[in-house]
Design a protein around this ligand. Structure first.
Ligand code: ZN
Ligand code: ZN
Length: 346
């Protein structure tokens, strides 16, 4: 099981494999953002998300004052698992195919991603591939050109821009359509969501340490769900607004320390948009971000393989050509992750 370092020679493999905000794709970024367009607000969703956020704040109060400590710890564990279902499963694994997965880890990722309640993987991956392909345009589902609120949550409270539907048809989803597990989750998402995202997380504290059902629902479902949602949304909002653009100044994605902390290592977003098929981001030091460390653990256990990595030459060349000039000269050494077969990195 190896780390696959992709260099200039196999750049074609890279571009056909995953779509990024490359020069070619920038042709698709027309028209960019029509600020005169008014999104149609879906009030049912506005009230649902508002209620969830109010209940989540109350959930913080209950977890501090009334609930059993185990309930809060359980909710944190569910949050961690569901965040990995999104970050490693839906994002790096299924959307960008940055590594290959064995059947057991696919099943685990699908369960964890369902636990996150962020719709099914097929929907998630199509929107995210479109975000990369048509970044900062009206065809980008969470277009950051419309400001913080829209890219954070507003895109979920309104009808999608017609360009999203139009350009969405051009996204190649054949790999996921051929994946029986992904299509099973898509077909049975509602019952799976009710069972895995709401019922099981809520019933465990009631059954095992006699937590009240109300406290458990508030903390293990509502608070945990809202926190992981916001953590994910920060990558679409903050990581597209604040920070440097060391690798590509043509796109809004930034190297965001804050987003990186709250999203467990997903905030080096300018790098990610430049090399979306890379299994890890240029996380600093030998501790390469929590999600990447999980990935390396899975790699050691033989559950994931063929991790893709951009070669140093490609990264530095791209940064010299398109970056904003802020790339730390020591970048090449700090980005080398601590993995047993690190000799295979260029
Ligand atoms: Zn992005
Ligand atoms: Zn991505």
């Amino acid at each position: 099981m190896a780390v696959k370092v992709l260099s200039d020679e196999n750049e074609n493999e890279v571009s056909s494999d995953c779509e990024g905000c490359s020069e070619e794709n920038s042709k698709l970024q027309k028209p960019a953002t029509d600020m005169s367009y008014k999104h149609v607000i879906v009030y049912k969703l506005v009230f649902t998300f508002l209620a969830l956020h109010i209940l989540a704040v109350y959930g913080i109060y209950v977890s501090i004052t009334k609930a059993h400590l185990y309930t809060t710890l359980w909710a944190a564990a569910v949050a961690l698992a569901s965040s990995q279902g999104i970050l490693l499963g839906a994002h790096r694994g299924y959307t960008h195919r940055a590594f290959k997965m064995t059947l057991p880890i696919e099943i685990i990722f699908i369960i964890f991603q369902t636990m996150s309640g962020q719709n099914h993987i097929y929907w998630w991956a199509r929107d995210h591939r479109l975000h990369h392909k048509c970044c900062d345009t009206d065809a980008d589902p969470y277009n950051a050109s419309r400001g913080f609120f829209f890219s954070h949550i507003g895109w979920l409270l309104s009808r999608k821009h017609p360009m999203v539907a139009e350009k969405g048809k051009s996204i190649d989803m054949s790999d996921l359509e051929a994946n029986k597990l992904v299509m099973f989750q898509r077909r049975y998402f509602i019952p799976m969501f009710l069972l895995i995202c709401i019922f099981i997380p809520s019933v465990v504290p009631v059954h095992f340490w006699n937590e009240s059902l109300w406290n458990s629902v508030l903390i293990s479902f509502v608070l945990r769900y809202v926190m992981v949602l916001n953590m994910t949304w920060c990558v679409n909002s903050i990581a597209h607004m604040y920070g440097t653009r060391e690798f590509d100044k043509r796109i809004s994605a930034r190297q965001s320390f804050f987003s990186n902390v709250v999203s467990l290592g997903e905030g080096w977003h300018n790098y990610h948009h430049s090399f979306p098929w890379d299994h890890a981001y240029p996380e600093f030091g030998r501790f390469g971000g929590l999600s990447t460390q999980f990935l390396y653990l899975l790699h050691r256990l033989g559950m994931v393989y063929d991790l893709k990595r951009a070669s140093q030459k490609v990264v530095q060349g791209h940064s010299r050509k398109y970056g904003d000039g802020t790339l730390d000269p020591g970048f090449a050494t700090v980005r080398k992750p601590s993995i047993t077969d690190s000799t295979q990195f260029s």
